[in-house]
Ligand binder design. Structure first.
Ligand SMILES: NC(=O)c1ccc[n+]([C@@H]2O[C@H](COP(=O)([O-])OP(=O)(O)OC[C@H]3O[C@@H](n4cnc5c(N)ncnc54)[C@H](O)[C@@H]3O)[C@@H](O)[C@H]2O)c1
Ligand SMILES: O=C(O)C[C@H](O)C(=O)O
Length: 333
């Protein structure tokens, strides 16, 4: 039995269902975020097999993880065994690749991480074409279009790719909770757009339950959410690992609940989408189900301030998307 204190931690999002039929693969599992993500997924009883893949140390990380007294079986795979790690996966979470150091933007990571995503997605298309793929690696805004294009080139389904923006919502919930002196677990602030300072749009007007924030607070909090990644990079000297591991585990758990047929499972993610004019990818709340996305819930009603940020975000996002699509098309062999 998982101690009840631990389950309490996961009150909001982590299922305690006894169904445990799913295989999840974590790629980049030895990294700063990969390891705590593996730990959190090892606590998820819906997972039967947890496969960890990395260029370095993954078999060792898996041995460590496998001693945790929870049901998922854990196996590690190194450099030459990506195929084995992917085989039979229902969900693939990609955390592989370079992260930011102080002074860098997420876009500075493009060249190194674009090659890696291309390589991984080509394998996914062949080995586990039906898997739902979560892309945590930055820059999410450009790497998701690459992943989708590579899937299209290999007869796969781009609708199964999710850019992980859950941390943006977690941060907005936390900041509003602190301000309103309420538990962040009881607050939901949708964050739409993309995953970079100039493309993130927190929708404080759609906070549930409703929290009254004056204009000045909304402006400050919007900036804080948009720059929260940089706040961590400055404070730590490297990018977030623990909060993103939590957020990615929360998202994986929601995908699993959807796959299992649970109703009303909603998470935001950055996906191929036609809900906003001028961009072909956008983060919005999604209703999740047996095939991944059941329904895109759109952006809802925006106020004047949110519309203004949205207009700027769409311009910046379009550039990020074009960059990804161009890369995928030019690297087609
Ligand atoms: N979406 C988000 O909200 C969010 C939040 C935090 C971090 N990130 C991103 O996640 C990524 C990983 O961050 P980190 O701090 O864990 O970095 P890290 O350097 O600590 O770990 C990266 C891991 O990837 C592995 N790796 C590199 N190339 C690989 C390949 N081709 N196949 C398999 N594994 C490979 C490395 O060996 C390493 O273990 C970064 O791009 C970072 O920007 C995203
Ligand atoms: O900021 C980063 O580079 C990592 C991540 O995107 C984050 O938002 O924490």
């Amino acid at each position: 039995m998982i101690p009840s204190g631990l389950l309490c931690l996961f009150r909001r999002n982590f299922s305690v269902s006894l169904k445990n039929n799913y295989k999840v693969a974590v790629l980049g599992a030895s990294g700063g975020l990969g390891q705590p993500l593996a730990l959190l997924l090892k606590l998820n009883r819906m997972i039967k097999q947890l496969d960890l893949y990395d260029l370095v140390k993954a078999p060792g990380v898996a041995v460590d993880c496998s001693h945790i007294e929870t049901p998922p079986k854990c196996k590690g795979y190194g450099k030459k065994d990506l195929k084995k790690a992917l085989k039979g996966a229902h969900i693939v979470m990609i955390a592989a690749g370079l992260g930011r150091k102080p002074g860098m933007t997420r876009d500075d990571l493009f060249k190194k991480n674009a090659d890696l995503i291309k390589e991984i997605m080509e394998k996914c298309a062949k080995v586990c074409p039906k898997a739902l793929v979560g892309i945590i690696t930055n820059p999410v805004n450009s790497l998701v279009p690459i992943a989708c294009e590579i899937l299209k080139q290999n007869c796969g389904d781009p609708k199964r790719v999710f850019g992980i923006t859950t941390l943006d919502t977690c941060r907005a919930n936390t900041f509003v909770g602190e301000y309103a002196k309420k538990s962040p677990l009881d607050i939901n602030v949708p964050v739409i757009g993309g995953h970079s300072a100039d493309t993130m749009i927190p929708l404080f007007s759609q906070t549930t339950p409703k929290v009254d924030l004056c204009g000045e607070v909304v402006q400050k909090m919007t900036k804080r959410v948009q720059n929260a990644g940089t706040e961590v990079v400055k404070a730590k000297g490297s990018s977030s690992t623990l909060s993103i591991a939590y957020a990615a585990a929360r998202f994986t758990n929601s995908l699993l609940r959807g796959l299992k047929g649970e109703k009303n499972v909603i998470e935001s993610a950055y996906v191929k989408s036609d809900v906003v004019c001028g961009v072909s990818y956008f983060a919005t709340p999604l209703l999740l189900g047996k095939n991944g996305i059941e329904k895109n819930l759109g952006v809802g009603k925006l106020n004047k301030f949110e519309k203004k940020i949205m207009a700027k975000a769409v311009k910046a996002l379009k550039k990020n998307i074009d960059k990804g699509v161009k890369f995928a098309k030019s690297s087609k062999c």
